[in-house]
Design a protein around this ligand. Structure first.
Ligand code: 5GP
Ligand code: MN
Length: 331
């Protein structure tokens, strides 16, 4: 066994012990949850349910409607809606690279809270007390698959759909560079439990809301390029979001469109979330590490997909981010 696998095996053991020895867990993930965040929250919920533990699933932001078919999806609550005001001592944070990305859900942690941090982001800063972090994994759902295999669980469609969701969405439908032989093996096993690959892809990747298409129209109208056409960016203002009637889930995926342009190196989407606050999304065609660029703005993510939130006006943010990307390309 290599040192790396040994370390991972040890982390899996420690995570299992954490779950077995405690009770009354709060399961959290990142703000604006994506498929892997939701998938991982529900997968941990399923495990705790099977183990007869008490637990609460929470997310700072609402769960997009397209995930409502998943087991337990209606049990993920907003922090402000929790009936029990008693703070939680045992936290399981999934798919969340840094503490601040937990958002308002962290207000429910007690002062002596113990955090089990389960993730696959290379930029994870190891907040928490027990770590199960595997940057080689395509999704947090893949890490959870390994963890679930350490428990005596009966696998069925409900659980398989939860795990499959994170793997499907974080690999962009088995197309991104993280689509490993292992990913395909796991997906194949999940299909054997009755997951319908075609239906899942249609529901989670292909179906779009009308607001998404309207936002795409607005974003493409702002598509700009650096003189060498290696960098592109699109902008969505608060006004655009309001007029398209869109919510966070309708914005997801827009940043991917320019990435498909031939010769493009970095694509960026700037989205105004408040008067002096901009959410940036960065996508790389593969040559440049955009997590490194996002880190310059206190964000993070992966080599090919990263993001950050900048507390500055829109125009100023666009200028400084585009400038930073240009510097990186020059170097
Ligand atoms: P997206 O651009 O789709 O919001 O995010 C792409 C990737 O970057 C995701 O893996 C996400 O975890 C990460 N990411 C996005 N925004 C932030 C941020 O503000 N901070 C950190 N640390 N990571 C982010
Ligand atoms: Mn993920």
């Amino acid at each position: 066994m290599t040192l790396q696998t040994e370390a991972y095996e040890r982390q899996l053991d420690e995570a299992k012990t954490f779950i077995e020895q405690y009770d009354r867990f709060l399961v959290v993930s990142h703000v604006h949850p994506d498929g892997d965040a939701i998938s991982s929250t529900l997968t941990v919920g399923y495990l705790l349910h099977q183990l007869g533990k008490t637990y609460t699933l929470v997310n700072a932001d609402p769960i997009p409607g397209k995930f409502s078919f998943l087991w337990g999806s209606d049990s993920i609550q907003r922090p402000q809606d929790l009936v029990s005001k008693e703070p939680f001592d045992y936290i399981i944070a999934v798919d969340c690279a840094d503490y601040s990305r937990i958002g308002s859900a962290a207000e429910r942690f007690s002062e002596r809270a113990q955090i089990l941090n389960i993730d696959h982001h290379p930029t994870n800063d190891h907040y928490g007390h027990c770590h199960l972090i595997r940057p080689e994994a395509a999704a947090t759902a893949e890490v959870l698959y390994d963890l679930l295999k350490r428990f005596e669980l009966k696998w069925g469609l409900d659980l398989a759909q939860c795990v499959y969701t994170g793997i499907l969405t974080d690999t962009g439908g088995f197309r991104y560079a993280n689509t490993s032989p292992r990913v395909m093996e796991i997906a194949s096993e999940l299909l054997s439990y009755g997951v319908n690959a075609h239906e899942m892809a249609e529901m989670l990747l292909e179906k779009r809301t009308l607001s998404h298409i309207k936002l795409l129209q607005k974003a493409l109208a702002t598509l700009s390029f650096s003189p060498d056409r290696k960098i592109s960016w699109m902008v969505l203002s608060l006004e655009d979001l309001k007029s398209a009637g869109g919510s966070n889930e309708d914005v997801e995926g827009l940043v991917n469109y320019p990435r498909h342009i031939e010769g493009l190196v970095v694509g960026t989407l700037f989205r105004e979330v408040d008067e002096n606050e901009v959410k940036i999304s960065l996508r790389s065609a593969g040559k440049v590490d955009v997590a490194h660029i996002a880190k310059c703005f206190n964000g993070g993510g992966h080599v090919r997909a990263a993001g950050a939130t900048v507390k500055k006006p829109l125009e100023e943010t666009i200028a400084s981010v585009v400038d930073q990307v240009k510097q990186v390309l020059k170097g």
